[in-house]
Design a protein around this ligand. Sequence first.
Ligand code: DX5
Ligand code: ZN
Length: 227
Amino acid sequence: MDRSIKIAPSILSADFANFGQEIRAIEDQGCDWVHVDVMDGHFVPNLTFGPPAVAAFRPHVKTVMDVHLMIAPVDQYIEAYAKAGADVISAHLEATTHPHRTLQAIRNTGAKAGLALNPGTGIGDIEYLLDLIDIFVVMTVNPGFGGQKFIHSQIEKVKNLRAMIGDRPIHIEIDGGITTETAPLMAAAGADVLVAGSAVFNGGTVDTPEIYGANIKAIRDAAEAAR
Ligand code: DX5
Ligand code: ZN
């Protein structure tokens, strides 16, 4: 499997009146995946994209559309986000009573299955889920908002997760507070997918996409140097 560093800009930090152009700009500038943060105003204190919005992003995404569901309940919406064109669907462990069933439901749609863990959640209960998981999403902020501060205690979690995964073909994605300072810490701990919202979009616009490109490259270079 591909364990190279992959940069996944979160369009939560993009211009909300201009998603098509923003997605094309980050892809032209070399991002690997496009991260879509779905929030319900219930599991997290913020509201973002329903399935029709995600379906509208789909034709613009040429790479991988990585949909992070911060919603509870989650099971009844999986099908709709799959139909909207998600390549990866991640659900939170904290948002489902039956994570085994939730992960199976994601895989049944044909999407890759992700399990997201809040900063306060340990990895003691995931052993019997490993065969159903394509990607772990380790939250390094409490979910709900972009631009928050990286929580350093999650470095140890990622190291332990990496050891638990062993040879299984499972990605580790880090979400929240990724910058050129924190990306190397997580690359060294064993992560391969780095979500970055503010660190990619801040300072640029669709008229100055080279700023996005420089930001993506700086995060990638810092992470690769730590491997
Ligand atoms: C947080 C979201 C993140 C967030 C990342 O709830 O899941 O994807 O947008 O934003 P930054 O990189 O600004 O922390
Ligand atoms: Zn996210």
